[in-house]
Design a protein around this ligand. Structure first.
Ligand SMILES: CC(C)(COP(=O)(O)OP(=O)(O)OC[C@H]1O[C@@H](n2cnc3c(N)ncnc32)[C@H](O)[C@@H]1OP(=O)(O)O)[C@@H](O)C(=O)NCCC(=O)NCCS
Length: 163
């Protein structure tokens, strides 16, 4: 059983393994943007949470979420293939969403490759809806889909809409 205790904030020793997961599970066929150094910087950044599950130095799943003024952005997210479909992704995302709520985020944004049906179904199942398809979103090569999940009711009157 996955408990919230199974999720923890990443430490520097996790950076290399997270970067390799990104390389193989997310950035395959594209330039390697999230190398170990960039992940290590994210771990230290005050406006970013890097959540992991698994042993120190050898995480089996991770999520990187950045917090902005009113919303949060799920930047990278993956679970190792041998550990997929065991609820780890949901546990990680629940943890990151709880942190986003505490931080005051109204919504969470995330992107996935258009052809990545597993990720699209995963996010759909967890309440994310698809806003648009973006052609050549990744490195001018690969189409993407943009998704979002509202965490609380959006107050349209506050944004100047006529009543
Ligand atoms: C997308 C991903 C993170 C899901 O992680 P996971 O740990 O397997 O997800 P969970 O076990 O928590 O799945 C929760 C639900 O999502 C849906 N789901 C997850 N993977 C699915 C798949 N391959 N096909 C269909 N539905 C899927 C199911 O409804 C699942 O519930 P169920 O297993 O009870 O049917 C994982 O497949 C992954 O790491 N993929 C490669 C990297 C990636 O695509 N990252 C996201 C885009 S950056």
């Amino acid at each position: 059983m996955i408990t919230s205790n199974a999720i923890r904030l990443a430490v520097a020793a996790d950076a290399a393994a997270i970067a390799l997961m990104s390389r193989h599970l997310i950035e395959h066929g594209l330039p390697w943007g999230w190398d170990g150094q960039r992940v290590a910087q994210a771990i230290l950044a005050p406006h970013i949470n890097v959540a992991v599950t698994g042993p120190r130095g050898a995480p089996v799943g991770f999520g990187i979420m950045a917090y902005h003024d009113d919303d949060a952005h799920l930047v990278l997210f993956a679970v190792q293939p041998a550990r997929q479909r065991q609820g780890l992704g949901k546990a990680l995302l629940d943890w990151l969403e709880a942190a986003a709520r505490v931080a005051g985020a109204e919504r969470i944004r995330v992107e996935a490759r258009r052809e990545n049906l597993a990720a699209r179904i995963f996010y759909n199942e967890l309440g994310y809806h698809e806003r648009m398809i973006s052609k050549a979103m990744y490195n001018g090569q690969v189409d993407g889909v943009r998704l979002e999940k509202w965490l609380r009711v959006h107050d349209v009157s506050a944004s100047g809409a006529a009543s």
